[in-house]
Design a protein around this ligand. Structure first.
Ligand code: ATP
Length: 359
């Protein structure tokens, strides 16, 4: 039996609904795969801040960081802002605190789900750098002005080396499941000094990984290829704001945010959350698509499997992915995908399908 301590932060809007769904699926893995999870629920949300002024603190994050992993629903409400005027998000503070430098955002086509582009086989991992790039200056001192405002893009060699190591090793891992083993850097080195450095480090890391193919495109043309020829991409890596935008394009390619999971990782910590936000427009109605969150829980298992050399976690992750695929293929879909299933219907169907997956 392997035991893991998981901190669970449901957050706002549909966050608690999709978190409940993923916890049910993880519970369904316990007996079958010889796993035990202790879930420690923490209430950090924009709603809590509105009611009490309480935000996540350094001490909270030190304590949370002693767990094995964090499952995060969604945080933020449009009308709740910090004193600096920004939307609240414990996920942003956790990225800085734990040094989570890479956000892994896989997308793939699921049989039976409508998608808007001409392609037969999309299976792509977008890796967004999440500790610097265009958001490097978020904490910079500034004088508010109605005339001029600036942001700062900073790229460091140290982060690029770690980021590209992750990209090439992800391509190698994915290849075991049938992908080509290829990494593309999307950048803007023709206009941005920071991206010249990024491109140079990418070339160095690519040279050390000759078994994995590599390519580089300017981000503007790369964004077009993503829509016109998405099958050309396996692992795509980019700086912070480009990666943010590219990962949402990628989610749109395969049917939307309800299907797009993510993992924010460092070499030692992982926070697993759907790519979507709190979707307040549909909260509380029981209609949120839980698939992105459930696939994020599968990414957590995959990551725990790698960190602890635990094949039980890796097997459970595979069973969840297979069950999600067969559920969607069988026509069970929430409203965002044109179906009528509720969140709970999806959870029951996925847990039922896991019972059919051969160990
Ligand atoms: P954020 O900036 O926090 O990422 P956002 O402004 O991009 O949030 P989301 O909360 O992600 O917005 O939602 C965008 C739209 O997608 C919403 O209108 C919502 O209804 C829909 N949506 C997002 N996630 C889901 C989901 N899991 N199930 C169904 N619909 C969703």
């Amino acid at each position: 039996m392997s035991s893991y301590d998981i901190v669970v932060i449901p957050g706002d809007g549909i966050g608690p609904e999709v978190i409940d769904a993923s916890v049910s699926v993880l519970r369904a893995c316990e007996e079958r795969f010889g796993l035990t999870f202790t879930f420690d629920f923490k209430d950090f949300s924009a709603d809590l801040y509105r009611r009490t002024g309480r935000r996540i603190t350094t001490e909270d994050m030190d304590e949370i960081g002693r767990s094995d992993a964090v499952l995060f629903g969604a945080m933020g409400l449009p009308d709740v802002r910090s004193p600096e005027g920004l939307e609240l998000g414990a996920q942003v503070e956790m990225r800085a605190h734990y040094g989570l430098f890479a956000s892994l955002r896989p997308v793939r086509l699921f049989p039976g789900v409508d998608y808007p582009v001409k392609a037969e086989h999309i299976d792509m991992l977008v890796i967004r750098e999440t500790s610097e790039g265009m958001f490097a200056g978020l904490a910079d001192a500034h004088e508010p002005s109605d005339e001029t405002a600036s942001d700062r893009m900073t790229i460091t060699r140290a982060t690029c080396e770690k980021l590209f190591d992750v990209a090439f090793s992800q391509a190698r891992e994915r290849r075991k499941r049938g992908t080509p083993g290829h990494v593309t850097l999307l950048h803007k080195s023709n206009a941005l000094r920071s991206n010249v450095l990024m491109e140079g480090v990418f070339d160095e890391v690519a040279a050390k990984n000759p078994d994995i193919g590599s390519a580089k495109h300017y981000v503007d043309v790369g964004a077009m290829f993503m829509v016109t020829d998405p099958e050309r991409y396996d692992v795509v890596v980019s700086e912070n704001i480009f990666g943010d935008i590219l990962s949402e394009i990628a989610a749109g390619l395969v049917g939307g945010l309800g299907l797009a999971p993510s993992a924010d990782v460092s070499l030692t910590h992982g926070v697993f959350q759907p790519s979507h936000g709190s979707a307040p427009d549909i909260a509380g109605q029981g209609i949120a698509n839980p698939t992105a969150m459930i696939l994020s829980a599968a990414m957590m298992l995959e990551w725990l499997g790698g960190q602890h050399g635990d094949a039980r976690c890796t097997e459970a992750a595979g069973a969840i992915r297979t069950a999600v695929e067969s559920t969607l293929k069988a026509g069970r879909r929430t409203r965002d995908l044109g179906g009528t299933a509720s969140t709970q219907d999806m959870v029951e169907a996925i847990i039922g399908a896991m019972g059919e997956v051969k160990p």
